[in-house]
Write a protein that binds this ligand. Structure first.
Ligand code: EPZ
Length: 430
C-alpha cells in the first residue's frame, strides 16, 4: 500500500494549475453515451475514479479513445449491454449515472445497487423516485436496480432532499423523455450546471440549471459535441486551505472565482488575505488565523467536500470553532486521526468543536476517505517533523498528481510504499 511521507513546516508558496472537476466529469462521461455520434470531452482530470468509469463505459460496448491525459472521444453507438456490474459500482458510486443515461436513451438499464461509503449511508431513493415519475418501472432485485419503460413522459418532480446525484441522474433521463419535465428543490452545484450545459450542447433543451427549478423539454435524439469540463472548485479550495494552514502564499490558476465564494468568505473570516482575478485566486496567510463557525450546506453554501480541509485549518487557528456537517452523517472520522496529532476536538452527532492549538505533532495517520485524506496531508504540511499518511488510494481517486503539485509549491512530500523508502526519506530530511 502506498503512503505519503511529508516533512512539514514549509509555507506553501507559488502558483498551481487546477484541473477539471471530477464530479462534473463523472456525470458528463456517462451522459456522453446518450448519442450514437462521437463526443469529445476535454479538461477531464486524470484520476482513478475517471479511469474506472471509462472502463465501465467501454465494458458495455461504447468506444473510448483517449486523445491525451485530459481528453477523450466517446461513441455510444456500439452499446449492446445495459447492465453495469457491481464491480464498477463498488469502485465508484458515480457509475450510477449510467442508469440515468441508459434509461433515457435505451429505456432500460440494470445497475448494481451502490452501497454506503465512508461518509454515510448515501441512499438513492430520490433517483428512483425521479425515474418512476418519468414512467419507468424500477425495481431492486438481488442487489441490482432494474429500470425499464415502454415510454418516458415528462413529469413534475419535487425532490425531498437537495441531492446532486439525483438532480443530475433524473435530468439526464428527462432530457430524452417526451414532453416537459419540471424538477424542483434541485441541487445548484456548478457541476450540475456543467452537465446541463453539456447536454444542451448535444441538443437537449434544459433551462434553469443552477436555480431552484430546472425545466426540461425532452428530445428524441442527441448529437455529437466537443465540450470542456469546468475547473474543480474542490481541488482549488483544498490548495487554498493548504496555503492558509501553512501560512503560505498560493495562487490557484484556471479557476472560476464565483464557484469559490463560500470558501473565500471563510478564509477571509479566518484572517487570510484573498485576491480574486478573472481565472485565479491568491491566498496569503500571515500570522495567526482566527476561529470561525461553519455549517456545510448545498451550493452556494459552504461545501461538505471542503469540510475536512477547513477542519484541519481551524485546528491550527486561535480560539474555539464549531463545524456542523448537515449533508452527510459520518464525515468527521478525520478528526480522530487529527487528535492523534494533538488536535483538541470533540464530536457530538453532526457537529464538532475544535479548540485551536499552536502546533500539531507529526504522526502516522490514515486517510479515511478522499477529502479527509487530503485534509490530513494539509495537517502534515503544517506540522514540523515527518508525518506519514496511509491509505492514499482514496486521495488518488480525486486529486491528480497531488504530491507533485504540492512539491511545486515547496512542500517536502513523497509517495512511498516501503519501510526502506521511509527510512531513506527520514535520513534525507533529518
Ligand atoms: C455528490 O455526491 C458528490 N459526488 C460528493 O462528492 C458530494 O459530497 C455530494 O455530491 C454533495 O455535494 C459526486 O458528484 C460523484 P447527494 P452525491 O446526492 O450525489 C442524501 C467527493 O468528495 N440523499 O447530493 O452522492 C444523501 O444521503 C464526493 O468528491 C438521499 O437521501 O450526494 C446526502 O445526505 C464525496 N437520497 C444528501 O442527500 C438520495 O436519493 C446529499 O447527497 C440521494 C441523496
Amino acid at each position: 500500500m502506498e503512503q505519503y511521507i511529508i516533512k512539514g513546516g514549509n509555507p506553501l508558496v507559488g502558483e498551481v494549475e487546477i484541473g477539471g472537476a471530477k464530479n462534473a466529469a463523472l456525470a458528463i462521461l456517462a451522459a456522453a453515451i446518450m448519442t450514437d455520434e462521437t463526443v469529445t470531452i476535454e479538461n477531464i482530470p486524470d484520476v482513478n475514479d475517471i479511469n474506472v468509469l471509462l472502463e465501465a463505459i467501454e465494458g458495455i460496448g461504447a468506444a473510448i479513445q483517449r486523445i491525451d491525459r485530459h481528453s477523450v472521444k466517446i461513441n455510444g453507438s456500439g452499446i449492446r449491454d445495459f447492465n453495469i456490474e457491481y464491480d464498477y459500482i463498488k469502485k465508484i458510486r458515480a457509475s450510477y449515472y449510467l442508469l440515468g443515461a441508459l434509461l433515457g436513451k435505451y429505456k432500460k438499464a440494470e445497475v448494481a445497487l451502490p452501497g454506503g461509503c465512508n461518509i454515510g449511508s448515501r441512499p438513492i431513493d430520490q433517483h428512483l423516485k425521479g425515474f418512476r415519475a418519468l414512467g419507468a418501472y424500477v425495481d431492486i432485485e438481488h442487489g441490482k436496480i432494474i429500470a425499464e419503460a415502454d415510454r418516458l413522459k415528462g413529469s413534475h418532480i419535487y425532490f425531498d432532499v437537495v441531492t446532486v446525484g439525483a438532480t443530475i441522474n433524473v435530468m439526464m433521463t428527462a432530457s430524452m423523455s417526451e414532453g416537459l419535465t419540471i424538477l424542483e428543490n434541485v441541487a445548484k452545484e456548478p457541476h450540475v450546471v456543467d452537465v446541463a450545459n453539456f447536454l444542451n450542447s448535444m441538443g437537449a433543451d434544459i433551462r434553469g440549471a443552477g436555480t431552484d427549478v430546472i425545466k426540461i423539454r425532452g428530445v428524441s435524439k442527441l448529437h455529437s459535441t466537443t465540450y470542456s469540463i469546468i475547473p474543480d472548485q474542490i481541488e482549488a479550495g483544498t490548495f487554498m486551505f493548504a496555503a492558509a494552514a501553512t501560512r503560505g502564499d498560493v495562487t490557484v490558476m484556471n479557476v472560476i472565482p464565483k464557484h469559490l465564494e463560500a470558501t473565500i468568505a471563510k478564509l477571509v473570516e479566518m484572517g487570510c488575505e484573498v485576491e480574486e482575478f478573472d481565472d485565479a485566486v491568491r491566498v496569503v496567510s500571515k500570522g495567526d488565523l482566527r476561529k470561525t463557525h461553519v455549517k456545510t450546506l448545498p451550493y452556494p453554501g459552504f461545501p461538505t467536500d471542503m469540510q475536512p480541509q477547513i477542519g484541519v485549518t481551524l485546528a491550527l487557528s486561535r480560539g474555539t470553532s464549531t463545524i456542523t456537517e448537515s449533508i452527510f452523517e459520518n464525515r468527521f472520522k478525520y478528526l480522530s486521526e487529527l487528535a492523534r496529532m494533538g488536535a483538541k476536538v470533540k464530536v457530538e452527532g453532526n457537529s464538532a468543536t475544535i479548540e485551536g492549538v499552536k502546533a500539531l505533532s507529526a504522526a502516522r495517520v490514515s486517510a479515511p476517505d478522499l477529502r479527509a485524506g487530503a485534509a490530513l496531508v494539509i495537517a502534515g504540511l503544517a506540522t514540523d517533523g515527518v508525518t506519514i499518511v496511509d491509505d492514499i488510494m482514496y486521495i488518488q481517486r480525486g486529486y491528480e498528481r497531488f504530491e507533485e503539485k504540492l512539491a511545486s509549491l515547496g512542500a517536502v512530500i513523497e509517495r512511498v510504499s516501503t519501510e526502506r523508502e521511509i527510512q531513506k526519506f527520514r535520513l534525507r530530511v533529518s
